[in-house]
Design a protein around this ligand. Structure first.
Ligand SMILES: [Zn+2]
Length: 410
């Protein structure tokens, strides 16, 4: 019955059978302990915790801008116990930086969760190529390498300086590939003869058409993982049933709220994901506004999992560019649209909104010309579209995708 993650959750929470309400009670007890721990270790938080009455909703939200303005205000252990500090931009690559702190224990629990999730993808004696994060101490890549090592799997870390050809060569012998959707799609369209058994997509929005392409061309199982630095990297991962994501319930509480009103939304309704990381030692975050759009699933997972699980993560809300009159353009919708075309390996997008008509400039790396008319029909009305062709390799500019404002080089 059910997957490794749900079984672990039941053991941690001391539950005999999957019971969402009993799990929630157990999590709220852990939350109360965490609030007491924050009060004891960080008196500067006392005022914001005053309203706490044992329920999650009685706590105020924590906003990314608050973390950026004063990260030390959220530190809950003496500085000497901090094993890693990660710096993350709050918005695009230009926003103010947040600093996230981890203890050895926080990093160790992340490795435990990674190992648990990876049992669904790899087995003893296999080889995994990890194409994310730098090869530095405590980087995501190293934590994942350590996790698969515990399963008897040889984890290799890709070099961020590799181009697509070098990466493809390294990927040829891998049983499992872990990486960003845009990079793996690029490799897949370069060479359909690779035969990884499994692929794990993470660290950016995952278009459905990328999953389908990898499955069909490489004949592999495709899993998606959702995580963010603020949650200690690991957060939720798909099981082999390929539907919702099984959540790291013993260490996190999740909510989906209306992004404008902050009102909690029922299962099945998409809104902003809000996360409470009650098990983090260095920097437990209470009701942290992630800026990611997702929904909770009301139905059980086909694997038999009955605990609450997370549906598709639909990308970052801040990536919705408002063109006026209710017209929204986002890199996620462009990815859905263009990656579906079999000739497209990659593309970049830039937008200029200052003009009377906003202009979108697309540079596509495609083996065939694209139909500008067909593209325009699926894009917001009144948008000028300029289509150019050229090298758009995601290996030339690594990281999360976004639409570049055309004052920048797209
Ligand atoms: Zn499942």
């Amino acid at each position: 019955m059910t997957c490794a993650i749900d079984r672990w959750t039941l053991t941690q929470a001391g539950l005999e059978a999957p019971d969402g309400a009993a799990l929630r009670d157990w999590q709220l007890t852990r939350l109360a302990e965490t609030v007491a721990r924050i009060r004891a270790n960080n008196p500067s938080q006392a005022a914001r915790l005053q309203s706490f009455d044992g329920s999650l909703e009685s706590l105020p939200f924590t906003w990314p801008a608050e973390l950026a303005a004063d990260p030390m205000a959220f530190l809950c252990v003496p500085q000497g116990q901090v094993a890693r500090v990660t710096t993350v931009s709050t918005s695009g690559t230009t926003g103010p930086k947040k600093r996230i702190f981890f203890t050895e224990g926080d990093l160790e629990r992340t490795v435990d969760f990674f190992a648990l999730g990876m049992t669904m993808l790899v087995e003893d004696g296999q080889d995994a190529l990890i194409l994310m994060g730098a090869n530095t101490e405590h980087s995501i890549a190293r934590l994942l390498q350590k996790a698969v090592g515990r399963l008897g799997v040889h984890g290799r870390i890709g070099d961020l300086a590799w181009n697509a050809e070098e990466t493809l060569e390294a990927a040829r012998t891998a049983d499992c590939l872990v990486g960003l959707p845009s990079e793996l799609l690029y490799l897949c369209r370069m060479d359909g003869t690779l035969r990884p058994r499994t692929v794990l997509l993470s660290a950016d929005y995952v278009p459905e058409c990328v999953i389908e392409t990898l499955r069909e061309r490489w004949g592999c199982l495709v899993f998606t993982h959702f995580g963010m630095t603020e949650t200690g990297f690991g957060f939720a991962v798909q099981c082999a049933a390929g539907e919702g994501h099984h959540v790291r319930h013993p260490e996190l509480l999740l909510e989906v709220v209306d992004p404008v009103s902050g009102r909690p939304l029922p299962a099945g309704e998409a809104g902003e994901l809000v996360i409470t990381t009650f098990a983090q030692e260095a920097m437990p975050l209470l009701r942290y506004r992630t800026g990611d759009r997702a929904s909770l699933l009301g139905s059980p997972c086909p694997c038999g999992g009955l605990l609450p699980h997370l549906g598709r993560v639909e990308g970052r809300i801040e990536n919705d560019l408002d063109l006026g009159d209710g017209r929204i353009l986002s890199i996620h919708r462009l990815d859905d649209l263009l990656y579906r075309l079999p000739s497209v390996r990659a593309f970049t997008a830039g937008v200029e909104r200052g003009k009377t008509r906003p202009t979108l400039t697309l540079k596509a790396e495609s083996s065939e010309p694209l139909s500008l008319r067909a593209l325009k029909e699926t894009l917001p009305d009144g948008l000028e579209v300029i289509l150019t062709y050229g090298d758009a390799s995601p290996f030339a500019r690594r990281g999360k995708r976004r639409i570049h404002e055309t004052t920048e080089d797209p």
